[in-house]
Write a protein that binds this ligand. Sequence first.
Ligand code: HEM
Ligand SMILES: *[C@@H]1O[C@H](CO)[C@@H](O)[C@H](O)[C@H]1NC(C)=O
Ligand SMILES: *[C@@H]1O[C@H](CO)[C@@H](O)[C@H](O)[C@H]1NC(C)=O
Length: 499
Amino acid sequence: MQVETLVAVPVVLVAFVFYLTHNRTGLPRVGKSGPLGFILTALKSITSFADLLDEGLNKYGGKAFVVPTMAGSFIIAGPENVDLFKSSDDTAINQPIFIDESLQLMHTLNSRQQAIPFSTVVIRTDLTRAISAFIPEILEETRLVMSEAFALPFGEKSTTLPLFHTMTHLVARISNRAMLGPSICRQEQYLHDIIRFAETLPIYAQLLTWFPRILRGPLYFLLSSAFGGPKEPARVIIPHLKTLLAEREQGLESAKTITDFLINLAPPEEIADVKLLAMRVLNLNFGSIHTSSIFGTHALFHLATLSESELDTIRHEIIEALESEGGYSKASLAKMRILDSTLREVGRFYALGVVGLNRVLIKPASLVDGTVVPSGYNITIPLKPIHFDESVYPEPYKFDCFRFSKLRASERTDLKYGFTRVEKDFVPFGLGKHACPGRFFASMELKIILSHLLLNYDLSLPGGAKEAPKPMFFNSTVIPDTKACVVLKPRVGQAGQDL
Ligand code: HEM
Ligand SMILES: *[C@@H]1O[C@H](CO)[C@@H](O)[C@H](O)[C@H]1NC(C)=O
Ligand SMILES: *[C@@H]1O[C@H](CO)[C@@H](O)[C@H](O)[C@H]1NC(C)=O
């Protein structure tokens, strides 16, 4: 009964709203015609957005079209508009408002996040500059958490683990080492709570957009009090922030964590009210845990399909990088070209979803082909025509861990084809002024995780399978198969072990 009401109420509301607001963009749209067709297609978009996108790409040959979604008409612009989006200064094609709306930040965190984006500045400047300094800590935490998480069951020679779940835990702990330091990142309850917060946020945000604005505040309060809200992780973050601030008052030099960088740049009102500062820490956790764990999981699933000799080639490159540069450093990570290539291939092949550069039009804009799109609509660019363009990426449907390392070797260049290098043919991190500022940190962290794992464990898929598990699609997002496992076996006494 309750479930039915929960479903029926938003469906009726949405039906009404959509009847009033159906496609007035003047652009063709996919799916069945008429207001009812709009609603049915919008419902379908929850599970089959990628199929609707394909339908439009085939039917309209790269011209702009509309996909109906539960949040209204979503305009899909052709891939030739990438430069237009890249150079946009938010006056017409706006990113912050899209993020605010799609994550309902005014309810799930607060409206300061996008209005005063100082935490983004912290990531772009202080964190990126401090990457070298974080390497020893990220490495130490990686060693510790792997030895715990990959411990062998009694009497067994290998362990079989659901990878996405395991990776999320690893990334949450390792990232929080940099975010809040060693004592907090090892509190299991905190990790559990922060992961749950990060997991539920986009789902709750989605649900909120189906309801009238006036109901969203109370609704989020109810949902988040029941499960996954900010309260539980904040219970750990707030006292920690108070301690850091008190230490500063006494002139004590505290450890350099991302939180310390936040304190340095925070506006006075967020220092005076640490609840506000805690929301910044939550936001950064949200933005960094799942993105990196999704990428790390895809990468390991594909690495697990490689032959022993291919894996040994990769291990050899890692050992050589570490030996020639005296251990883990920016320089040795830069020499791990095959891991870098694998990560870039993950970005090309999967990214975080089937569209990128999600924006909202706050003024009418004219697209490259002259189409004028009206303001008030969400707009995005499909990734398939960019990342699966045969003239740029030969055999685009093949996932090749070595794709970019081979290109680097044959063209004798280290300037091109790097994981963190964004360009119009490679947009999993976005482009332009909003391109992900955390990608340098993510790359460092992921390469340490992958290299440490490969040197210390044999990696395979259950039953010796040689095909990576198929990803799962939800709306426009793509995530790895959450149930699929990998088999890990300690490489005791092998070359490179313990590096
Ligand atoms: C593989 C991992 C990651 C991926 C694929 C990723 C992807 C993205 C994407 C697609 C955007 C939006 C760009 C746009 O709208 O044009 C973004 C923004 C952002 N990311 Fe990441 N991200 C990753 C890791 C991280 C990490 C580790 C952090 C923090 C330490 C981070 C912090 C941010 C921030 C603060 C923004 C907002 C930038 C702005 O609005 O100007 N990301 N990221
Ligand atoms: C844009 O998307 C957001 C989040 O999905 C939604 O809340 C908003 O209503 C959409 N706007 C339009 C005009 O479709
Ligand atoms: C689907 O994804 C789009 C773009 O990322 C987002 O604006 C929209 O709110 C999502 N809708 C649902 C129902 O998840």
